[in-house]
Design a protein around this ligand. Sequence first.
Ligand code: SF4
Length: 364
Amino acid sequence: MENIGLYIHIPFCKSKCPYCDFYSAVNKSETYDIYTEALIKSIGLWHKKLCRTADTLYIGGGTPSLLGGERIARIIDAAKVFGSFKEVTVECNPSCVQEDFFKIIAASGADRISLGLQSAVESERKSLGRLSGRKEIEKCIKDAQNAGINNISVDVMLGIPGQTKSSFDETVDFCISCGAKHISAYMLKLEEGTYFYKNRHKLDLPDDDFTADMYLHMVSRFENAGFLQYEISNFSLPGFESRHNLKYWNCEEYLGIGPAAHSFIDGRRFYYERDTAAFIGGADTVPDGEGGTADEYIMLRLRLKAGLDLDEMKAKYPDEDYEYIAQKAKLFSENGLAEFDGKRLCLTSKGFLISNEIIEKLIF
Ligand code: SF4
């Protein structure tokens, strides 16, 4: 059986960013120990139940670094019951990293960190509610490297209130020169229930045309600097693609532990409710139906630069209408939205910009 990916959710943050709808709570430090114990117990139970091995571990949130190095190291050690990992990622917020954090997690096996930068421009970071400044981010990167963690990913955001071409270029310059090996670049989405959503009419948001131009500009700047685009929002130096996240896009199996964490195992999807107290109390997961359908496969594969290999797909889903897919693929390719050689369909950067519309046309 194939190795699965293991995801652990840490549902705590120092403060709530105004655009974020991830499941996390603030001011809960009294819960950190009991939550860590609940995670460790749950990891052991899941291992007994599934009898599977995992080769990637991703500790995300929330803000995992808020738990401190010792608790994160205990979680990593407990997770080793699933086997030896080829990649162990810990998400870090530069404003919540204690002295020696990286040394401690590196000693337990963490070899990759993902840093929430969002923007290198102070005024933009402030408008996003980010507490740390550029200096803290630079220190964080240096400390991680000194601890032996060189596989560093930074998150950046397009479409931030007040963002201009020159301010975005400043962020791109920083990403290219800061020592990161991987960059995730997401467009700001106004998620219902967030502060930004409620105040959307007051925000000075760049329009869609500007954001689309910035996306194409960013792709060419990163690629010229050696960061190859391998997914719609992800870039890396060769060999530094995220192994864990590739499992999601390749439609492979993964187990998520912690409130709001989702799983896909044995063709079924399931998740934990967004409720930390219930998780600590031993709540069960909620079934979320069948997964790994042909539609899902198309949707996920087309996020990847490597695209959709029709021969591979036929081996998995022999009953799909491949003539219809090929017909549509030719049309996208004639319009510069994709490349199609009769066997493999890959979206171009222009195609990535309207990937939802393209996918809809292929699967309905
Ligand atoms: S630190 Fe991250 S998870 Fe926490 S509120 Fe901000 S964006 Fe969301």
